[in-house]
Design a protein around this ligand. Structure first.
Ligand SMILES: Nc1ncnc2c1ncn2[C@@H]1O[C@H](COP(=O)(O)OP(=O)(O)OP(=O)(O)O)[C@@H](O)[C@H]1O
Ligand SMILES: O=C(O)C1=C[C@@H](O)[C@@H](O)[C@H](O)C1
Ligand SMILES: [Mg+2]
Length: 197
């Protein structure tokens, strides 16, 4: 762990008049592991939307997809994220990779949260997601092609987030440090737009 001032995050949230930091990005971008570390280092609560959906449904995401289909999963995802966002306790939330594609979810995130896009290159995503088979969208013969197509359709939408941080290979704490620095910069710019000049 590095010495960067993660403890400033609760104060940063107050200054931004929002109460959540929400991580968005593709499968394998690191939303869950970076989000958990960010929360631990800053003393904020951590919520993982995928886990919350599984708890609410009483079964795993692959089981929800197999039993009820993707559309039902997306409806549940929307409800769960809205509930998490409306809870006033300050927190870091890792979303599932598809959540930010929903325009209503994006609007709720904008209202309550500072949104962070964890961006990663295709090769990095392919390598990281190959380690586990818990992602229904990648359970086919060519996960690399699926991820490449999702990059095409989703990256322009993820780009609407308040900040973008590259999720590189290397220590997770380095990405956490980059997120904190970018958030500090974004909030400072919001407070004093002229400082950007
Ligand atoms: N910045 C990073 N550096 C190195 N490894 C990482 C980094 N971020 C994530 N990983 C590794 O990549 C894998 C996937 O990460 P994680 O589950 O956090 O992704 P995710 O964005 O939450 O994906 P999903 O949308 O499927 O939930 C994990 O094994 C994790 O340890
Ligand atoms: O990118 C996606 O659409 C998904 C990502 C995961 O986090 C899960 O939410 C689910 O596997 C779907
Ligand atoms: Mg995750």
């Amino acid at each position: 762990m590095t010495g960067s001032p993660a403890s400033q995050l609760p104060d940063l949230l107050k200054r931004s008049k929002r109460d959540k930091i929400v991580l968005v990005g593709l499968m394998g971008a690191g939303k869950s592991c970076v989000g958990r570390r960010l929360a631990t280092r800053s003393g904020l609560a951590f919520l993982d939307a995928d886990s919350e959906i599984e708890t609410a449904a009483g079964c795993s995401i692959p089981e929800i997809f197999a039993r009820d289909g993707e559309e039902a999963f997306r409806a549940g995802e929307r409800r769960v994220i809205t509930r998490l966002l409306k809870n006033p306790e300050p927190a870091v939330i890792a979303t599932g990779g598809g959540a930010y594609m929903n325009p209503e979810t994006r609007a709720e995130i904008r209202r309550h949260a500072l949104a962070v896009w964890l961006r990663a290159e295709l090769d990095v995503l392919v390598r990281r997601t190959a380690k586990r088979d818990n992602r229904p969208l990648l359970k086919n013969s060519n996960p690399r092609q699926v991820l490449a197509e999702l990059i095409e359709t989703r990256y322009p939408v993820y780009a609407e987030a308040d900040i973008t941080v590259e999720s590189r290979e290397g220590p997770i704490d380095t990405t956490v440090d980059d997120v904190i620095a970018a958030l500090e910069h974004a909030v400072r710019n919001e407070e004093d737009p002229l400082a950007r000049a």
